[in-house]
Design a protein around this ligand. Structure first.
Ligand code: 3PY
Ligand code: MG
Length: 230
């Protein structure tokens, strides 16, 4: 989701999806919108994920305290970037997340502090040439739960002529490496797509978390189809 509209978030939470991701990087959802959006999604029994605006501890802490169950961190370039991300997202001794999960703890049955490190997932985005160069080290950082490919930034960073072309051989090479490292380290793998048909192909390829567009794109396409039909 890219738009800060709780009613739409509630609709998404009841649409039969596995998860809904809130985009704080390129979406129009600000940190102050996040709590209401998470409440609306989780009311439908679906976990909310957040794509962070950046790798910053205060954003990570807020999102987790509000009850976001998975974080996708953009523009990761090195193993040190991942270590900083994981440190902010995990309670001691694995990290240095500060304790104050007023909403997340209220909803959790059992000892939130004891369970949170395992119950919240951290995805590092693979979307720069530097991340590809450092991929083996990135995947080996303790506490990381997943790798998530951003095909558009990756195309820009690799200097590819066409952006986000999932059939590009260079992108396919990165997909293969991410899937292999995922297997090797027991990591989830994810990728962003903008069309359901691409999402299906990525799912068949073996990715666990496949984003299939944004609500704004769905609206645009629905509107286009509606116009053509009338
Ligand atoms: C990218 O493709 O660069 C993304 O960040 C997708 O969300
Ligand atoms: Mg990106």
């Amino acid at each position: 989701m890219t738009l800060p509209v709780p009613l739409l978030a509630e609709r998404m939470g009841r649409a039969g999806l596995d998860t809904v991701t809130l985009d704080l990087q390129h979406g129009y959802i600000e940190n102050g919108d996040l709590l209401g959006m998470v409440q609306a999604i989780t009311a439908g029994g679906v976990p909310a994920l957040a794509r962070l605006a950046w790798n910053r501890p205060e954003l990570i802490m807020n999102a987790l305290d509000y009850g976001v169950e998975g974080l996708i961190c953009p523009m990761i370039e090195t193993a040190d970037d991942v270590a900083a991300f994981v440190r902010a997202a995990k309670y001691p001794p694995a990290g240095n997340r500060s304790f104050g999960p007023f909403r997340a703890g209220m909803l959790h049955e059992g000892d939130y502090f004891a369970d949170a490190n395992d119950a919240t997932v951290c995805f590092a985005m693979v979307e720069t040439a530097a991340a590809v160069d450092n991929l083996t080290a990135i995947a080996a950082v303790p506490g990381l739960d997943g790798l998530y490919i951003g095909p558009w930034d990756l195309s820009v960073s690799l200097g590819l002529e066409q952006k986000g072309n999932l059939a590009d051989s260079k992108l396919k090479e990165v997909m293969d490496r991410v899937l292999a490292l995922g297997q090797e380290h027991g990591l989830f793998t994810g990728i962003f797509t903008v069309r359901p048909e691409d999402a299906r192909v990525m799912r068949e390829r073996g990715f666990d978390l496949v984003t299939w567009g944004t609500e704004a794109l769905m609206f645009e396409r629905g509107l286009g189809a509606w116009k053509v039909a009338s």
